[in-house]
Design a binder for this molecule. Structure first.
Ligand code: URP
Ligand code: ZN
Ligand code: ZN
Length: 474
């Protein structure tokens, strides 16, 4: 007897869409084919709907002290919001600063994440490279956390990795099966421009985006790719926003170099004209929002396979945190100073809906591509495939059922992210997750959360060496 039977749905993988039933037992997918209702304790009719592997969110920042802020959600609330967006596994970053053991920070983060209702994992972070810290890469890989972020900017915040650190971390990662994740912004370009804005006393939101132009990102992107090519290591570049950077990746991919590129839904749907608004500080994120033409380049990168991953880069800060260091003039109007605004925006709940609506329903990409970009490729690159990222016998029964006809007007009132605004307020999306299943348990049904605090488990990961050797996710 199966615990659950999902009947009549269209089961999606990166390569095919197949009409069949999915049978679940003990939290795993037990069988796929045609079954009778009498064979299961509970039957769900998914007629006309798509049955996809639960989305994997490998890029978010929750309960993360950064630029004096902490975020609006704890990991439980974050997991609820994620689940409404079809996410069944998420990963966050260890809080690391100079002098701190990365391994200890990863274990602390794991403990903080135990309250999650969905499965989770942790990335390390490197901000320096003394021998004892580099030696921790071995331990991280063995512990099941083989991915770690490095920032190529934020020197003043004390989290930038210098070039020597990049080379040392890339070298050790290659040796032991780790994968460095890069935030590519050229610190010299960014900080020189920011200093100029300070001198000229013009720290407007518009100048924020001008201080970190596309070339600031591309310069660092090129450096990261060339250093990785030199060392012979794989890297993953997060939150990519422009076509010139993608051309560098294309050149690397022509040589099958394992450079994995991520972009996010905000770069497809929100543009730099938002910095002209009075509340433009709400849109401050790094890299900054770009132009609609840049967004078209990102769509091209998704279509041609240069971008293989999406991440929301979720940073859910409410207005009070985004504005907490800003001063007001005598009329109570905010005085624009982008150096006093925490970077980042909320997005974990809308990544899948935006890709379904703006991608599939607008005929830019197939639902199979969305499956790869939100789940399968992420599970593969981050090392939790096939436990996650696929609807197949033996895999965890982490499933999202999608209704491609369902229309939702995005708004603070329909999202579950615990903040008082929505940067996509009023945007109608068509295509939405209607049921989320985590390890065989229905956790979102009829717009209601039915999961449990603490039901999520830490998922130890190991990356298939083939993905670290050459660019090929098939
Ligand atoms: O603005 C952003 N992206 N904030 C979060 C930290 C990061 O760089 O990913
Ligand atoms: Zn970043
Ligand atoms: Zn980030």
């Amino acid at each position: 007897m199966f615990d659950l039977l999902i009947k009549n749905g269209k089961v999606v993988s990166p390569s095919a869409t197949i009409e069949c039933d999915v049978a679940v037992k003990n939290g795993k997918i037990a069988a796929m084919g045609q079954f009778d209702d009498s064979e299961a304790v509970k039957v769900i009719d998914a007629d006309g709907k798509y049955v996809m592997p639960g989305a994997v969110e490998a890029h978010m920042h929750c309960m993360a002290p950064f630029q004096g802020c902490f975020g609006a959600n704890d990991f439980y609330q974050q997991s609820v919001s994620a689940a409404f967006g079809g996410v069944t596994t998420f990963m966050d970053f260890a809080n690391v600063f100079k002098g701190k053991s990365v391994f200890e920070a990863v274990k602390e983060r794991r403990n903080e994440m135990e309250m999650s209702a969905i499965d989770f994992s942790v990335h390390g972070k490197f901000v320096e490279s003394p021998p004892e810290i580099i030696a921790e890469i071995d331990k991280l890989v063995e512990y099941g956390c083989p991915t770690f972020k490095m920032f190529m900017t934020y020197k003043k915040e004390g989290v930038m990795s210098d070039d020597e650190t990049l080379i040392k971390v890339f070298t050790k990662a290659k040796e032991v099966g780790g994968l460095p994740m890069l935030h590519c912004e050229d610190n010299a370009i960014a900080e020189t421009n920011i200093d100029k804005c300070k001198e000229n006393n013009n720290l407007s939101w518009v100048n924020f985006s001008k201080s970190k132009p596309a070339i600031c990102e591309t310069s660092a992107f090129a450096k990261a790719c060339y250093l990785a090519e030199y060392v012979g290591s794989a890297i993953l570049v997060v939150h990519t926003t422009n076509g010139d950077a993608l051309d560098i990746a294309r050149r690397a991919h022509a040589k099958r170099l394992p450079i994995y590129v991520e972009s996010g839904p905000h770069y497809l749907t929100l543009f730099d004209d938002n910095y002209e608004k009075e509340d433009g500080y709400l849109y401050v994120c790094s890299p900054p929002l770009r132009t609609p033409e840049d967004a078209e380049e990102i769509w091209k990168g998704l279509v041609d396979g240069t971008i293989v991953l999406t991440g929301s880069d979720d940073c859910t800060y409410d207005v009070d945190e985004k504005s907490m260091f800003l001063e007001k003039d005598s009329e109570g109007k905010i005085i624009q100073d982008f150096t006093k605004v925490v970077n980042g925006m909320s997005g974990i709940e809308i990544r899948l809906p935006i890709l379904l609506s703006e991608g599939v329903n607008k005929n830019r990409i197939s639902i199979n591509k969305v499956c790869a970009l939100t789940s399968t490729n992420i599970a593969k690159v981050y090392g939790c495939y096939p436990q996650k990222g696929v609807v197949a016998p033996g895999s965890d029964a982490d499933i999202v059922i999608v209704d491609m006809e369902k229309k939702v007007t995005l708004s603070k009132d329909v999202l579950h992210n615990n903040i008082s605004y929505c940067l996509h307020e009023g945007m109608e999306v068509k295509g939405y997750p209607v049921m989320t299943i985590s390890k065989g348990n229905i956790i979102i049904e009829n717009g209601e959360f039915k999961g449990e605090r603490g039901a999520g488990k830490f998922i130890p990961r190991k990356i298939d060496p083939a993905y670290l050797e050459k660019f090929d996710l098939n």
